[in-house]
Each structure stands twice: as structure tokens, then as C-alpha cells.
Design a protein around this ligand. Sequence first.
Ligand code: IMO
Ligand code: MG
Length: 430
Amino acid sequence: MSTLVVLGTQWGDEGKGKVVHYLAADSDYIVRYQGGNNAGHTLIYQDKPFVLHLIPSGILFPKKICMITNGVVVDPKALKEEIDVLKKKKIPVDGRFFVSERAHVILPYHKLIDGMLESDTTKTKIGTTKKGIGPCYTDKVRRVGIRVIDYIDKEVFVELLDQNLKEKEDMLKKVCDIKKLRKEILKDHEVLSKFLKKYAADTSLMLAEAIKKKKKILFESAQGTMLDLDYGTYPFVTSSNPTSGGASTGTGMGPACVDDVLGVVKAYTTRVGEGPFPTELFDKTGEFLRDKGQEYGATTGRPRRCGWFDAVVLRHSVRVNGIKRLILTKLDCLEGLDKIKVCVAYKYKGKILKEFPASRIVQRDCKPVYEELPGLDGKVAGVKSYDKLPKNAKKYIKRLEELVGAKIDLVSLGRKREETIKTGKNVKWF
Ligand code: IMO
Ligand code: MG
């Protein structure tokens, strides 16, 4: 086995950053295949929290190759800022970090449009990160987008920029002086195009060669399955496919090249932004989880909505991604609760639903059906092996496996890489 997709199974913020940081040690290539700097992956580096938005956390290992492929939308300014921080920390980047020539570029007008759409009271508010993600993907689909390869060619770029400013004129003139905006974009372009050119590459070709050489490749998603454009809680989703299929279209690698799919799942549920969340808690337990899990957005700082584990969501996620193995995170954050609830089905108009519904009305109005389990019964944080976990913690893990139909191979008990335990002796990634 040499290629592995690691993805979020809930509404994002499952702890993918830490998990990728853990698995990256065994990988040769770490590849981000969708989303943009709407993601916020927090990990612990040199004992301090460190947030990455675009670059895979594999970059923290000096010899690994890291890529941002065609399915990602890249804000050149945000990328430069991230790389500047890495360089300041003396982490080598050049020569081992690449951006697909085919990735689309986020420009300042995408961010302006994102903000305008979010404050337009006649439209459904999604609660986006306002990073311009949706408007950039919209341009890609409308075939007016600007790719990295277009951006680094000044002549092509200026022509496409003017076309875009012209067609968006009616909208943009309400919030800015378009001439001034154009001037600023061109000024930034002088620096950013040279910067981006250094990293631009045909990443699909590079990956094909790596696969031929049986290199170990980890494909990393941002966001989560319930934010997927097709299988999430539409329209309260992001504008890309964080699901496993996205790893194929988002990298230029045939689906048969994916050997395994690992789902990252948090021991409870969180969501940022608007949209349905059947197991959301509005009481003290919700506050307890937010506090204990430090559930505040790494990108926007917004407090995350918190709730119980939802096995209906997980079954949906296991199915649409073809997940066989799971990594359970933040189990330590349930420490201190007397009872733990798990949602096993939904109830809507007197009917029991076992599968996640497509209807936005049913998603909004259904009520969770809970099963109650005892609290974890003792200390979980700091435990070094699966055998040493308290009995009830193991019981919780086993019950989740039964309910969702996938094996939990790894359990994360803290934010550091080392605070991770395998549930069996034969757990291997590649
Ligand atoms: P990571 O990778 C959690 C949410 C936003 C909003 C919706 C659409 O850290 O798990 P967008 O800006 O993408 O158009 O916003 O998606 N969202 C996330 N929520 N974690 C993320 O990423 C997210 N990226 C986007 O809050 O509801
Ligand atoms: Mg996040």
C-alpha cells in the first residue's frame, strides 16, 4: 500500500492537522487536494500551537515533499505569508514544496464578493470564512477563473483580470473603487507572481512518477464530509469536494491509485457557521465541550457549535467515502462527564430515520434519538497504550465502531503528535 487519503468525516475541525502531522513521519509526499485557506489546521510544534491554512503539516518534517494540487484554490498573498512564517522558523520550503499550475487563484475581488454575499439579507447566509473560496470556485466552474499558470504570465493575467473586473463591475462598484482595486492587484502581482512561479509545477505528473516509484503518498483533505458540495448539508457547505473522490479529480490521479481511505472523527461533534446540526447542545454540556476542546475557529476565531457524537452522520460519511478505518480524536475532552450520549438515529414526524436525509427541511427539523453510555471513568489524557485506557473508554470506542461500521485504528488523546495510541498491534498505514 502506498497511497492513503486522510479526510474529515464531520463538519471539519476533526483534528486532521494533528493526524496528518502524526502520519507524515511515515510518508514521502503530503498532498492537499481541495479547499483553500478557509482551513485551519492546528498542531503542536516545538511545544507551541502552530496553525497552517494551506500548506500540509508534513512541511514540518524537513525532508518530505509537500504539494498543493489542482483542486485547491490558492490565495497567493496568504500563501506567501504562510511561507514567510515557516522560513522565519528556519523550516526549509524551497525545492520540496510545489503548487499545481492548474490550481485556481483567489484574488481580492473574490473576498469582496464573499463578504457581500454573506451580508446580503435576501440570500441564505452560509457563515463562510470570507476568504473568497466560494466566489473563486464559482469562477472556475463558470470558466472565467485564473489559474496559477495564467497568473504567472503577465500578459495572460492582465487580460483575464480586466475581463473579470468588467463582468463583475456592477457588483464591485457598490463596495470599492474598481480602478484602485485594479492598481492594487497589479502592484501585488509584481511580487506575488515571481514568488508563485518558484513553486508552480505539474504536480499530477510528479505524483504519477512518485506512484510508479512506490513512494508513500498521503492525500490530505481540508473541511469535512458534511461540508462537501455534493454530500454535505447543502447549501450550508463549502464549494469543493473534501470527500475521497475529490482526491482523484483534485490531484489528477486515477481513482485506482487510491489504496486506502482513513476517516478522522472527533469523539463529539462541532460545526462553525450556519446550517443544520441535529445533535447540537445549547446547554452546559455544550459549553463544557467548547471549553475542554478549545473549540474556537483556527481561521476565524468564531466559537464552534458543539454537540454529541452523531452516528448517523458517521455512517453516511463511512459510506460516501469508502472508509474502512477511522482515527478517533479528542477522546480526552470527554473526561469529566458522568454520562455520554450518542445519536443512533433521527426522528422526524414520528418516523425513525437511520440514514442522513437529503432534505434541508428534514435535516433542520429532525430530532436525535440517543443512546446513553457511562462516562469515561478515569483519566484518559496521558495514557500511553490502548490496554491502559479505562474500561468505559474502551467501551465507548467499541460501541462507536459497531454503530458506524468501521474500525477505529488510532485514538488521539491530546494535541501533541506523541499523544496518540494504536488500538491494535498490527495497525499500519503503508
Ligand atoms: P478545516 O480544514 C470548519 C465552513 C464555514 C462555513 C462553510 C463555507 O479546518 O476543518 P467557506 O469559507 O468554505 O465558503 O465556508 O464551511 N468551513 C469550515 N468549518 N473547518 C473548516 O476547515 C472549514 N472550512 C470551511 O464555517 O460554514
Ligand atoms: Mg478549522
